[in-house]
Design a protein around this ligand. Structure first.
Ligand code: G6P
Length: 483
């Protein structure tokens, strides 16, 4: 049967496979290296269930390097997968972020198709699948994450048919008309079909997938199920991801964050209205269009003379051309706006190209009157949910793109079409002028949504659905997903 390769030292009942490990490597002044947790929603949701199930997390440490031995950090077993310089270029920057990323985000930028990049994608996916096969215990549950690893489910099933395999796509899954451009469309669909459960942010994405499987692979489908010729069934469903709501609330209530939020407003010159944008510096996020909309409102005198925009852009994928160009474009735009509209000591846009710890983010959320989240396309957008979680007093306004997955749940936001600059201006103005009563009504409803659906609900809903379907492998107990 299966060419079982079970490492007795590290047989995990729950294996998470993600492009990145949940840690960053820190090089000390003496040249030695250590690891620092990189806090994210995914790891905060999965850490308890991983600890309870002898879990292992397989991922890339984030830089080029030699094979590293598995190690433990903060109670988690981590298994590093090495990528060479060339693989970083072809698999990570190339196929993942210059082919799949723009293709899956509505072609906001033009995807590049290169056969060598595809070959690297296959090779690296094989390496992740082999690592998962090695570290999973018999009948274990393996949860593969995101677009970088879409071939892993089928490769892993080939190596280890005993496993229960789930896959979750954190980004949008495009309509058939766009996906069909991909020269390797069939291989990607077949890769995903190696999973028992394929999860998406939105129901529409799951439907896109089912339709493509029917059209391009020719399998029978009914509602959210695909029927494979060998008798196996694959389910495709929406599981909208969320944040560690209680963690953000606690942070936002903490004394240092409250003090820091005051300090931020003071440093900004106590303006009447603080607008805020926080994004990875990515062309899908609509940063350029939103800053233009804001600057036009300022130029037209609509916001009075004491509104400022704070834009934090976290550096991202900086060696990919489209990202480099975007950075130059934003630098130029911010320079022009401040040159035209700023005064000594009071620029209208405060732009920071850097990443900040969670505490600083929470302080910025607390300090902002209007949060502006305007992606052209976004799987979910957790910044929108984090802002809501940090508004403990139920005030503040959220301007949100209808093309962010979050708009499905945060219906009480000021929803905008980011392609429509005039429409965005109208909504930003409406958010700015709204009465506290209206803001409170909207924010309270959104806070309820975010507190009822946090990331641990998301993780348990997915893992429960994945293990519920288990029939022929019913020996292991279901992972305890809430601890
Ligand atoms: C998105 C993707 C993640 C990715 C993250 C940061 O949220 O869904 O898979 O890890 O962006 O991008 P990076 O390329 O730095 O990992």
């Amino acid at each position: 049967m299966s060419p079982r390769k079970k490492s007795s030292s590290a047989a995990a009942d729950l294996v998470v496979v993600a492009n990145r490990l949940p840690v960053d490597r820190v090089v000390e002044p003496d040249g030695s290296t250590s690891w620092r947790s990189s806090p994210g929603g995914l790891v905060s949701a999965l850490a308890p269930v991983m600890r309870a199930n002898d879990g292992a997390w397989i991922g890339w440490p984030g830089d080029a390097g030699e094979d590293l031995e598995p190690f433990s950090h903060d109670g988690l077993s981590l298994v590093p997968v090495a990528l060479s310089e060339e693989e970083i270029e072809e698999f990570y920057e190339g196929f993942s972020n210059d082919t799949l990323w723009p293709l899956y985000h509505d072609l906001v930028a033009k995807p590049s198709f290169h056969r060598e990049w595809w070959d690297a994608y296959v090779r690296v996916n094989e390496r992740f699948a082999a690592a998962a096969a090695e570290h999973a215990a018999e009948d274990a549950v393996v949860w593969v994450q995101d677009y970088q690893l879409q071939l892993v489910p089928a490769m892993l099933r080939e190596l280890r048919p005993d496993l229960r395999i789930g896959f979750y796509l954190h980004i949008p899954f495009p309509p058939a008309e766009l996906f069909s451009q991909l020269p390797w469309r069939r291989q990607v669909l077949e890769g995903l079909l190696g999973a028992d459960l394929v999860g998406f942010q939105l129901a529409g994405a799951a439907q896109n997938f089912i339709r493509l499987v029917r059209q391009r692979v020719g399998h029978k489908t009914h509602r959210d199920l695909v029927y494979l010729p060998e008798g196996r069934r694959v389910q495709a469903r929406a599981f909208p991801i969320s944040i560690d709501t209680a963690g953000f609330e606690e942070l936002a209530a903490s004394e240092p964050v409250v003090a820091r939020a005051k300090q931020i407003r003071h440093d900004l010159g106590e303006p009447r209205t603080v607008f805020l944008g926080i994004d990875r510096l990515d062309y899908t996020k609509g940063i350029y269009a939103r800053l233009r909309a804001f600057s036009e409102l300022v130029a037209e005198g609509e916001l009075g003379d004491d509104a400022v925009f704070v834009q934090v852009a976290t550096p991202s994928r900086e060696r990919v051309d489209q990202y480099r160009r975007l950075r130059d474009d934003i630098d130029r735009l911010v320079g022009r706006i401040n040159g035209d509209l700023g005064r000594i000591g009071s620029p209208v846009i405060h732009y920071m190209h850097s990443s900040f710890p969670r505490e600083e983010m929470a302080a910025l959320y607390r300090a902002a009157d209007v949060m502006v989240v305007t992606p052209f396309r976004d799987g979910m957008n957790l910044v929108a949910k984090e802002y809501v979680a940090c508004r403990l007093d139920g005030d503040g306004a959220l301007v949100l793109s209808e093309f962010a997955g979050a708009a499905n749940e945060l219906r009480q936001a000021f929803l905008v079409n980011p392609y429509d600059i005039n429409g965005m201006k109208t909504m930003m103005l409406q958010a700015h002028r709204a009465e506290p009563k209206e803001l409170g009504r909207r924010m309270r409803a959104m806070r309820k949504t975010v507190s009822e659906n946090d990331v641990s609900h998301w993780a348990s809903a997915f893992l429960d659905a994945l293990t519920e379907g288990r029939t022929e492998h019913s020996k292991t107990t279901r992972p305890a997903t809430r601890s």
